[in-house]
Design a protein around this ligand. Sequence first.
Ligand SMILES: Cc1cc2nc3c(=O)[nH]c(=O)nc-3n(C[C@H](O)[C@H](O)[C@H](O)COP(=O)(O)OP(=O)(O)OC[C@H]3O[C@@H](n4cnc5c(N)ncnc54)[C@H](O)[C@@H]3O)c2cc1C
Length: 246
Amino acid sequence: MSDTPTESAAPSFRSDVTVELVKHSAADSDVLFAARVSTAGEQSLEEITKDPERSKGLINFLMRDRHGSPFEHNSMTFFISAPIFVFREFMRHRAGWSYNEESGRYRELQPVFYVPGESRKLVQEGRPGKYVFVEGTRAQHELTGRVMEDSYRASYEAYQEMLAAGVAREVARTVLPVGLYSSMYATCNARSLMHFLGLRTQHEAATVPSFPQREIEMVGEQMEEAWAKLMPLTHAAYNKNGRIAP
Ligand SMILES: Cc1cc2nc3c(=O)[nH]c(=O)nc-3n(C[C@H](O)[C@H](O)[C@H](O)COP(=O)(O)OP(=O)(O)OC[C@H]3O[C@@H](n4cnc5c(N)ncnc54)[C@H](O)[C@@H]3O)c2cc1C
């Protein structure tokens, strides 16, 4: 691969994240099939559609009593585009996750940067473990947008200057900030996704509340929406049982 820089786009700024379900093999019947193997053996697939209420009850029982492994026999692959600071948090989730991220060594990184939107609460009050976030003033919002954009532009210019001088991408990228957007494929199953959602979203049904950073929560909310359509009984049982992964 050549280290010659290509002509670059002007910096652009986003406040949102992209989450697309690109591939899946995930249904409530996968949970039932796996659970009933232990009691019904080869008959299990036929049993699934016979009695919907029983199926719902079984999923709820598995969730409530934390029989987790039947929730692993499914797969969802998401394409996600979000700032690097979100990916740093995301990739801490090790169990039941596979990741592939775009390379800053093999391609020139594009100048797309995160700036908080109007609805992003800007000011943190309280002490560790007891934070609350409040809106912030108009002046704080304007200052944040302006300072971030100026800083992003300066760092991307520094990156370009090094590339133009023949410095390798893997060295030049050092000056780029964690507000730069990256993209990845993330593959999980319902069990690993439930664990992720329990930590990275806030929800009224959660019996153990978490306090995630808003930007990873934005990713989690979109993943949850896609998953709930694929596995509605599992999703309902998850909420009913306090959003604690089995
Ligand atoms: C609100 C919030 C604040 C955070 N703040 C910080 C912070 O300040 N600094 C920081 O470093 N991290 C922080 N984290 C990251 C956090 O510590 C976890 O790394 C992250 O949430 C992934 O959780 P996990 O390990 O349970 O998930 P996974 O890695 O997906 O693991 C899932 C489960 O598998 C089991 N498991 C996985 N690996 C092991 C292992 N090696 N040994 C035993 N059991 C294992 C555990 O039961 C675990 O819960 C924060 C997370 C949240 C949600």
